[in-house]
Design a protein around this ligand. Structure first.
Ligand SMILES: [Mg+2]
Length: 331
């Protein structure tokens, strides 16, 4: 088996590597690099974060190939409510970023430092006390710290919190926090970083399951997971461009139940989108439709980064080929 340029052309036709500036640092990055390509069903996106190894990236490629080569699942909703997403910022920056999510009634706030997080929550509630708040800790706290921080948030702000996303890393810690804190828990990393886990009785760890189109490996895999987990689903993004986001929106629209506000408005955190009109929030919703890139030149990555990504994609395709998963993936 040899890795070849031909493989790129076969599996990832019309490949472009993009680098899109973020308006605020997010996940510690200032530029979002992704690959997009096109299959018989339309455009797709492959954007595992740079630190992810080939094994983890292969799951993202399963999603990308499925979307390029197969039709969308049946849709039950043609527009999806989204939450506003606030990166880790100073409270003074809240208003400007909230304005990029017009009409959103739910605000998800990334939190690491307790006091700064509290300042951001306070500012959001100053702007509109009716907004629902989600906190996302990205597994940053131990169970002891999470319990004391969350009890304190609850004491200060009352019942404004819809849930706290992944306060701690392990399931045991989540279970402990869940039993001691009056704020509901959503699991994110515990799902997407443990796809082969046994999800029976998952309700002992969380009240909500965050499901992301690429990190869980695409539509079919997402539906299988949702069924295994059996909790209400919140579909969220992996900081995709409008191309990938259209698949996240389709995933949210493919669940029969009324969608909870999804974390799919994050194109608003980019300097711009490759699709026009950009995939941004109107009246708190985004429309579910396939999107095509029209502004590629503006965000093409440098030749060095393009080469890096092509090599990465070849290794990831090779990983799937070694697992005998490439056969039949391409129509
Ligand atoms: Mg999260």
């Amino acid at each position: 088996m040899s890795m070849s340029k031909g493989m790129l052309e076969e599996y990832c036709p019309e490949l472009s590597i993009l680098s899109i500036p973020l308006r605020n640092k997010f996940r510690g990055i200032n530029f979002r690099e992704v690959a997009i390509f096109r299959g018989p069903s339309g455009w797709t996106e492959f954007g595992p974060f740079l630190e992810y190894d080939d094994q983890e990236a292969a799951t993202w490629m399963r999603a990308a190939l499925e979307a390029a080569n197969e039709p969308w699942p049946e849709l039950f909703h043609n527009q999806i409510p989204v939450n506003a997403t606030l990166p880790i910022i100073e409270p003074e920056a809240v208003r400007t970023i909230l304005n990029r999510f017009p009409g959103a009634r739910t605000v998800k706030i990334k939190v690491d430092d307790f006091e700064n997080g509290a300042g951001v929550v306070e500012e959001v509630l100053n702007i509109d006390p009716e907004l629902k708040i989600r906190l996302d800790v990205n597994a940053g706290w131990s169970d002891t710290v999470a319990i004391s921080n969350l009890l304190e948030y609850h004491l200060r702000f009352g019942n404004v919190f819809e849930y706290v996303e992944q306060p701690c890393a392990t399931l045991e810690e989540l279970a402990r926090v869940k039993s001691e804190v009056p704020i509901r828990i959503a699991a994110d990393e515990s799902i997407r970083k443990n796809l082969s886990a046994d999800f029976d009785n998952f309700s002992q760890y969380a009240h909500f399951a965050i499901i992301k189109w690429q990190p869980v490996g695409g539509f079919k895999s997402a539906h299988k997971l949702a069924e295994q987990i059996g909790l209400p689903i919140v579909v969220s993004s992996a900081l995709e461009t409008g191309i990938g986001m259209s698949h996240g929106l389709a995933l949210a629209g493919s669940f029969k139940s009324t969608p909870l506000a999804s974390g799919l408005g994050t194109v608003a955190l980019f300097d711009g989108d490759v699709c026009e009109p950009a995939t941004v929030v109107e009246n708190g919703f985004i429309e579910v439709k396939r999107r095509e890139p029209v502004l590629l030149e503006r965000y093409l990555a440098s030749p060095e980064r393009t080469l890096h990504w092509k090599q990465r994609i070849l290794r990831v395709l090779q990983t799937l080929q070694d697992l005998e998963e490439l056969e039949g993936r391409v129509k």
